[in-house]
Ligand binder design. Structure first.
Ligand code: SF4
Ligand code: SF4
Length: 428
């Protein structure tokens, strides 16, 4: 596609790749059928091709974007499903990342929107503050249940949370340590579901992997990154890099696929920075997802359940670890059920379920419709955002009772003798 980016923009280490993405788009439209928002809405401006034109015009011109540009770019999930169908290998991610940064810096959103985004960036990235939020949501549960729109989406996340026990500070040490991996505490998951990291620790210990909490690190920076708040995101990234450099580990793990994808792509946030880019590259090379570390282990679960595994977009389109979860579950004695449209986003998409509750809800109904048609006894995924978002669906929305919704590590742990069924009895 012809473009009019300036030589300065093209030479810029951050903007250059975005300009290159625009240039490589040949406007063929193959991507449209893979885009969840286009499939759901049928509006070209909510398709990858339409958004590329909107982003090109906005970034070339500079200055304040139009309401129309912001509206349709905001409705992009950043799921990157469009990349899977693109014959020109358009790097849509670099483009949409720059577009979000540009909007954050040049567009004045309504006060309520700015306040919500600030709250997500400053509160949801800190587990201690998330815990206070959970408490408040529970205390005001009758009111929280009635809240509409974005506030309702946030309150619901607190109401359906099922934290079991405190965040693990120590993990089991294998008899023979094959690898010593630093585990990042992350943000919302530690407060909403600390049992996930505890299960990951037990599962990996059976495979000779010792986990050690990465002191001094916190959020991976994905939440602010999704909103174009790049300075906030970079600040979290620097903390993680510094913490990792203080000790010697064989790798660094975070147990949500959305966060792993962020860590593996962390160097792009510092492109052109002579100090931080090389440090970020080293960190990214050490970043691991649970699926990178967990090997299949034959087990006999107390019950050979029928499992629907929902592969998060971050797993499919960023980490490219498709199919590994299913192999782990089958080796552990579960029956994995196929379902339609498993490649499409469930509507969680980082901050999307809070910022775009209506469209996010439509995508969730669509996703759960296909999942429930397969009649699973358990629904599993590897990303806290998807787990919370799917679990927040009401019975009226789905038409029947949802099965238990768990992180894959919780299911594997149970199958491998980790104790009570995770949905029946909270673990210490
Ligand atoms: S990232 Fe996802 S929602 Fe955005 S244009 Fe691509 S396919 Fe559509
Ligand atoms: S498939 Fe690729 S080249 Fe074709 S319109 Fe979409 S982004 Fe552009």
């Amino acid at each position: 596609m012809r473009y009019n980016f300036t030589p300065e923009q093209i030479a810029d280490p951050q903007m250059g790749p975005a300009a290159q993405a625009v240039r490589s788009c040949v406007h063929c439209g193959f991507c449209t059928a893979t885009c969840p928002t286009y499939v759901e809405l049928g509006d070209e401006r909510d398709s990858p091709r339409g958004r590329i034109i909107l982003m090109k015009d906005m970034l070339e011109k500079g200055g304040a974007p139009t309401d129309e540009q912001v509206y349709h770019i905001d409705r992009c999930l950043s799921c990157l499903n469009c990349k899977t169908a693109c014959p020109s290998s358009v790097n849509y991610q670099r483009l949409v990342d720059q577009a979000r940064i540009h909007i954050h810096e040049h567009y004045r959103r309504p006060f309520s929107d700015r306040l919500l985004r600030w709250t997500i960036a400053k509160v949801m990235t800190r587990p201690a503050l998330v815990r206070i939020g959970l408490l408040l949501a529970r205390l005001g549960a009758p009111l929280a249940r009635l809240m509409p729109g974005r506030l309702g989406a946030m309150a619901k996340m607190g109401l359906i949370a099922r934290p079991s026990g405190p965040e693990p500070m120590h993990f089991p040490r294998p008899a023979m340590v094959v690898q010593r991996i630093a585990i990042m505490p992350g943000c919302v998951q530690g407060a909403l579901a600390p049992q996930i990291d505890a299960a990951v620790g037990r599962v990996l210990a059976r495979r000779g992997i010792e986990l050690v909490t990465l002191e001094g690190a916190g959020c991976c920076g994905a939440l602010p990154h999704h909103m174009g708040r790049e300075e906030d995101s970079r600040a979290w990234a620097r903390k993680a890099i510094e913490a990792f450099e203080r000790a010697t580990f064989d790798g660094v793990l975070i147990t949500a696929t959305g966060c792993s994808a962020q860590l593996k792509d962390i160097a792009q946030q510092f492109a052109g920075d002579p100090v931080w880019e090389p440090r970020a590259r080293k960190f990214a090379a050490a970043a691991r997802d649970f699926l990178d570390l967990c090997t299949p282990m034959v087990a006999t679960p107390p019950k050979a359940l029928r499992v629907a595994y929902h592969p998060a977009c971050s797993l499919q389109n960023s980490l490219k670890l498709n199919g590994l979860s299913e192999k782990l579950l089958e080796a552990a004695g579960f029956m994995v059920l196929p379902f339609q449209e498993s490649h499409l986003c469930c509507g969680s998409a980082g901050t999307y379920s809070i910022l775009q509750p209506e469209l996010s809800g439509r995508l969730r109904r669509r996703k759960l419709g296909h999942i429930m048609a397969a009649n699973p006894e358990v629904l599993a995924s590897g990303n806290i955002g998807c787990l919370q978002h799917l679990a927040a669906a009401s019975r009226a929305e789905v038409g029947s009772e949802l099965p238990p919704i768990l992180h894959i590590a919780e299911l594997l742990d149970w199958a491998e003798g980790g104790g009570a069924a995770p949905w029946e009895k909270p673990r210490a």
